[in-house]
Design a protein around this ligand. Sequence first.
Ligand code: DGL
Length: 221
Amino acid sequence: MRIGVFDSGKGGLSVLKELKVLLPEVEFIYFADTEHCPYGNKPVEYIIDRAREITRNLLSEGCECIVVACNTATAAAIETLRREFDVPFVGIEPAIKPAAAISKTKVVGVLATANTLKLEKYHRTRDEWGKDVKVIEVPGTGLVECVEQGTDATPLLRKYIPMMLEQNADVIVLGCTHFPFLEEQIRAIAGADVSIINPAPAVARRVAEVMKLKTETTITK
Ligand code: DGL
């Protein structure tokens, strides 16, 4: 079986890593839309057009399922893709549900792109699962570029992470697939007591479920 995975750039590789661990038998085709990266500040119609074109491309390669390994593209385009194409789509969204479940302070930080945070799909997720907690939303402007270009994200993170900690957040949700690549730097600023949540393993499990695939029993972080 062949499955297509896409993101605006390298971010979705953090999802691909988990997919490969859980589903070693599957052949994955990864599409990094680096020429059009970042998506986080582009108009929604632009992102929908990119998602359509990439989907067509992956389907022409024989993919039977498409993983939208980008929170921004999921929020902007997955509903359109599901309407227009006859294959299963699995997306990724900021993991507010598990974050709310483990937070002791009942304050959860979400670090995502400006687009994700302003789109309706995210608002629905937040309003459904974040009812019992305070959700601090911080747009991680500039972080995607740091990951793409391999430049130091620490100065930006020193601004963004304290915005959550100062309001007593004890869980940080990585709401963009580029951000797991910054986990070490985030951890260094947030300290050991703050939980950092990356939903990529859950996305891999969802793909297995949707495609009814046999999985490896363990999944590494
Ligand atoms: N990896 C995308 C996400 O999860 C990055 C968005 C961007 O290109 O700005 O939101």
